[in-house]
Design a binder for this molecule. Structure first.
Ligand code: COA
Length: 185
């Protein structure tokens, strides 16, 4: 079975690193915010126990190497501002999916761009992925902007794929190939 370790990656302003239990309060703050889960098929977290469960799942993933789950730490303050994950790996096809979220206080500062760049570079060059997929709500303009800046291309559209806060929601499928990534670099 393939193993996908979660290392520590550093960028100009961020440290991407494995989550640990002391991150629970910061992680809870990210996902308790209705703005952050506006386009997710899950309600905002209502207690820190949601964060503890998510961290326990991350610790399991670190042990079995089944997923890459980074906490995004701001280098200047040490605050855990969000997460970026590579998940649903298909080793035979060298492909996976990406997910990400930042606390709304930190939006619009280029942190998501910086974090995704590091995570994708790790995926393509260290994990030897050939393809990364993303599935976003068509109304999520900030997420689309970040993906398109990374070189993801729109590949498909699936109507009413999710129920988001009681409302049917569509999906735009994005894909990024290793060849696009290398051409972009
Ligand atoms: C998606 C997300 C991580 C982006 O974070 P961010 O800090 O805004 O990202 P960046 O600052 O790196 O870049 C954002 C880009 O989107 C643009 N943008 C931000 N909000 C926007 C909006 N409402 N409409 C259109 N564009 C928007 C910014 O202008 C910027 O592009 P530019 O540099 O070309 O101007 C953040 O909005 C988030 O955490 N959202 C909630 C979780 C989520 O939806 N995750 C993705 C689900 S798959």
């Amino acid at each position: 079975m393939s193993s996908y370790p979660t290392p520590i990656l550093t960028t100009d302003r961020l440290t991407l690193r494995p989550l640990t239990m002391p991150d629970a309060a910061d992680l809870f703050a990210v996902f308790a915010d209705p703005l952050v889960v506006r386009y997710w098929s899950a309600e905002p977290w209502t207690s820190v126990s949601f964060a503890e469960t998510a961290i326990r799942q991350a610790l399991d993933a670190y042990r079995d190497g089944s997923e890459v789950r980074f906490g995004i730490e701001l280098a200047d303050t040490g605050v855990l501002a969000g997460t970026v994950n590579l998940h649903h790996f298909f080793p035979q096809n060298r492909r996976c999916e990406i997910g990400y979220a930042l606390a709304s206080a930190y939006w619009g500062k280029g942190y998501a761009t910086e974090a995704l760049e590091a995570a994708l570079d790790y995926g393509f060059h260290e994990l030897r992925l050939n393809r990364v997929e993303a599935d976003i709500d068509p109304r999520n303009a900030a997420s689309a902007a970040v993906l398109e800046r990374m070189g993801f291309r729109k590949e498909g559209y699936m109507p009413e794929r999710w129920i988001v806060h009681g409302e049917m929601a569509d999906t735009v499928n994005y894909g990024l190939l290793r060849s696009y990534w290398d051409a972009r670099a």
